[in-house]
Write a protein that binds this ligand. Structure first.
Ligand code: GRG
Length: 353
């Protein structure tokens, strides 16, 4: 019997509401940290695109006067996709993990550079996910989606660019040790191909196109799709933060890295589970993207499969599992710099956009 069962209902209620207050305070504190990170990161992200633009300017023969305006529009598209106001959550995870591992200023710069790559892959995935042949969405981050603002073929090519640019950025960052650049590139390709982002999206699309067929849909398969489609990039964000913080230690075998990876798995799944709940409970204006799409597009999500109540129960279980990883890191591995990661965990579960 858990100690819980010895409590009377009013004790339980009081405990639940004090936990809620604690969660709200942690979420709020994470929101403040995230905002100050965004200010720092926005400059890095803008600067990262410069070499790409310069490459085109310098490679064009002076006689080709008709080409510069073409590429001006292409670069506008890249900026629109990459710099539109997202939460920058994946770069924030990488940076916060590196900070929790007491990374110095140089290592934190590496984490920022990995953040550019993470955000670029993320922007590619959003641009392609919004296309008419996929989720067919018109609103993203409170703005017209990339293909609405530009066109379908432009959104496709800009998405392609952003995916390759992510790896280009990491591989060419000479401030990062070469071995770490290679490790980071492998980590990113694994998040995409792992199986990862693309297979997760493929399975998700398959089920939304075959919703009438009697397919064996277990909760385990749903968790797998969520883990691949959304979780893989969040796990990669954690591991890139670990690499920036621990390099040149062996990341594959380091006990702290293993526990942080486990935490990353939990928050990755939690992020998508919260997204399922937000889609069903919040309006389009708050989300900055079309609400209620999972039900209207027959998506297979925790909410459509289990109902809102059970989805919330699963959310609580995952939140506890994620926090348990951090407690172990703190108590068994004497890592005492985990406040932000605790706050970040609660934020993932209780975010409202
Ligand atoms: C097209 C290969 C390919 C993959 C698409 C990203 C994705 C896979 C699908 C998007 C569908 C979706 C909304 C999934 C929910 C989780 C998620 C990735 C939400 C968007 O991420 P946020 O909340 O967005 O971090 P911002 O705008 O803040 O960057």
């Amino acid at each position: 019997l858990s100690s819980d069962s010895c409590q009377n209902p009013s004790q339980k209620e009081a405990q639940a509401s004090s936990l809620q207050v604690e969660h709200e305070a942690e979420s709020l504190s994470c929101t403040v940290l995230l905002q100050s990170f965004q200010t720092l990161f926005e400059r890095t992200l803008k600067e990262a695109l410069h070499p790409l633009q310069e490459k085109h300017q310098h490679s064009l023969p002076a006689s080709e006067a008709c080409l510069p305006p073409v590429f001006t529009r292409y670069h506008e598209g890249l900026r629109y996709a990459l710099l539109s106001p997202g939460k920058r959550f994946r770069p924030f995870i990488a940076y916060s993990v590196a900070q929790a591992l007491r990374a110095n200023q140089e290592n934190l710069q590496w984490a920022l550079s990995f953040g550019v790559a993470l955000e670029s892959i993320h922007a590619f995935s959003l641009a392609h996910d919004d296309l008419p042949c996929m989720d067919n969405d018109e609103l993203r981050r409170g703005l017209p989606t990339l293909h609405k603002q530009f066109s379908e073929w432009e959104a496709l090519l800009i998405g392609d660019t952003l995916q390759t640019f992510a790896l280009h950025h990491v591989l060419h960052d000479e401030k990062i040790p070469l071995g770490l650049r290679l490790w980071a590139s492998q980590c990113l390709t694994q998040a995409i191909l792992g199986p990862g982002l693309i297979e997760g999206q493929y399975a998700d699309m398959w089920f939304s196109h075959h919703e009438r067929e009697p397919l064996p849909k277990s909760l385990q398969s749903l968790a797998w799709i969520h883990r691949m489609k959304t979780g893989a990039m969040i796990e990669a964000s954690v591991m890139l933060g670990v690499a920036a913080g621990l390099w040149p230690k062996d990341i594959e075998t380091h006990p702290t890295a293993k526990l942080l990876h486990q935490w990353g798995r939990c928050i990755g799944l939690l992020f998508q589970l919260s997204d399922d709940i937000l889609d069903a409970t919040h309006d389009t204006h708050t989300l900055g993207k079309t609400a209620g799409k999972d039900a209207s597009q027959h998506k297979w999500t925790y909410v459509t499969a289990l109902g809102l109540h059970e989805a919330r129960a699963q959310q609580t279980l995952l939140l506890e599992e994620a926090q348990a990883c951090l407690y172990t890191l703190n108590h068994q591995h004497a890592l005492d710099t985990l406040d932000t990661l605790h706050e970040l965990t609660t934020f993932v579960a209780h975010r409202n956009q």
